[in-house]
Design a protein around this ligand. Sequence first.
Ligand SMILES: Cc1cc2nc3c(=O)[nH]c(=O)nc-3n(C[C@H](O)[C@H](O)[C@H](O)COP(=O)(O)OP(=O)(O)OC[C@H]3O[C@@H](n4cnc5c(N)ncnc54)[C@H](O)[C@@H]3O)c2cc1C
Length: 512
Amino acid sequence: MTAALSLVHKGKDVLLIEKNAEFGGLMNSFERDGFRFESGARGLVNAGLVRPLIKEFDLDIEILPNPITLGIEDRLLKIDGEQSLYLYADVLKDLYPQSKDDVDAIIRAIHDIVEDMKVLYGVDNPLFSKEKRNVLTMVPSVVAWMLKFLRTMYRISKMSTPFEDHLDALAADQSLKDIIGQHFFRRTPAFFALSYFALYNDYIYPKGGVGALMDQMAKAVGARGGEVLEGTEIVHIDAQNKMLKDSAGKEYRYHKMIWTGDLKGLYTMTSDEGMPRRSQRKFNTQKQAILASRGAESVFSVFLGVDLPPEFFRDKASGHVFYTPNRRGLGTVHTTELQSLLQDWDTVQEEALYAWLEKFCRFNTFEISIPALRDPDAAPPGKTGIIISTLFDYTLTSRIRERGWYDEFKSRLEELFIATISSGIYPDIGDKVLFSFSTTPWSIYERVGSSEGSIVGWSFEGNIPAVTSMFNMANSVKTALPDVYAAGKWVYSPAGGPTAIMTGRIAAKKCQ
Ligand SMILES: Cc1cc2nc3c(=O)[nH]c(=O)nc-3n(C[C@H](O)[C@H](O)[C@H](O)COP(=O)(O)OP(=O)(O)OC[C@H]3O[C@@H](n4cnc5c(N)ncnc54)[C@H](O)[C@@H]3O)c2cc1C
């Protein structure tokens, strides 16, 4: 979306193709029975990018605050500026009184990262500034920003070890380390994981939902003379003749192409026929590396319509909560215990699976999003919609589907999610649930074609066939195909909303 908008803004002929009926991919909102929900990211991290992008392209969208609450058992802390880090330390010390030194060590590490994040995300990225049209005013701000940025980048490169190892070096209390770490994808680089404390202050919510911003972006592409084609899935690429083919057999000729779908998709639907031998070799080497790699963990989400007014929920916490019902933490439930479950899968009985899921829910951390607490129009009067989610394994979901347990698994997990919040943060809401439905890692794979249902690109547990250094981000958009660039969560790691925007912008620059 960023790439299309940037190019059409420069007067290029742009065709934006999307396989779904709506644009935005994993940034999307939808309505059910008068309740509005996000199917992907529950809010946006501004990251010095989103607000400037809205300004640059004059998008007609109001931005609302998106305060975050961190909750462990009955301790709920609304994050409100940097000082909240020290209130969070107090909460942790109350919960883990035997590990106060561990808490101090972790909080000190987070504090240092928050300082770095101010440089990285705290200043509007000058690449999106309207002032850039005046080169003279732009140069000093870009140079100052770049100097700070480079210093920060150097420090980040020193903290690329997985957060698990980093926390092991700082603290001994396993439950404490779990509570800090189980929000994150396994083996996430320490800087990225621990930087989330800074990002909690940086979340925003577009009025009308995350999808409303995407709608505005698609509209702006059309309004500036671009062509937008939804409901059109690309299934074949002839890179030699620069032709795309959709699932209905219609062909499209391109001059330059930016691919933002799954990279496994790009490399499998492109034939190497007719390529010079050297290009063929380069293409096939890259293809092998990509096909051998896996996406990061996915998400299981439960969507609820509740017959209670938003005020009931506002009394407890803000509209976006990271909630852990039990201070014990997951321990090995989501690592070695999950691996054993998968290894013994052929002999696993349904009840053993549900016993594991029960434990998984009891000790896990949940992201809870209540759109109506940020935008009152998101639910019918007197009622509230809630999204509850947690990271979830794609392979386990696939095995469950193959066994024919999928529907039962979904409704059992919905019940467990409801029971978890009903016996914890929102007492007794179980009786007030009007409807519930859920999406799984498989739903994400099916909807946006993301390998292993990944929401943030490549897994940190294996080989990453993408650029991982910020210094090299400008090269992340290159592919092994002539005049084909790529952008989004598969080209740069660690990824998410901000890197999708950044790489979209870089890819657009390469096409100008
Ligand atoms: C529950 C959830 C919570 C999240 N929370 C956060 C968060 O807090 N912070 C954060 O930074 N990120 C978050 N993310 C991740 C973030 O939303 C994504 O990383 C980001 O939106 C990825 O954007 P993208 O453009 O790379 O890919 P996508 O959003 O997947 O877009 C790719 C698009 O290409 C289309 N497409 C694919 N193949 C084809 C084809 N063959 N033909 C035509 N179209 C095709 C897809 O339908 C899709 O619309 C979250 C995601 C989820 C699901």
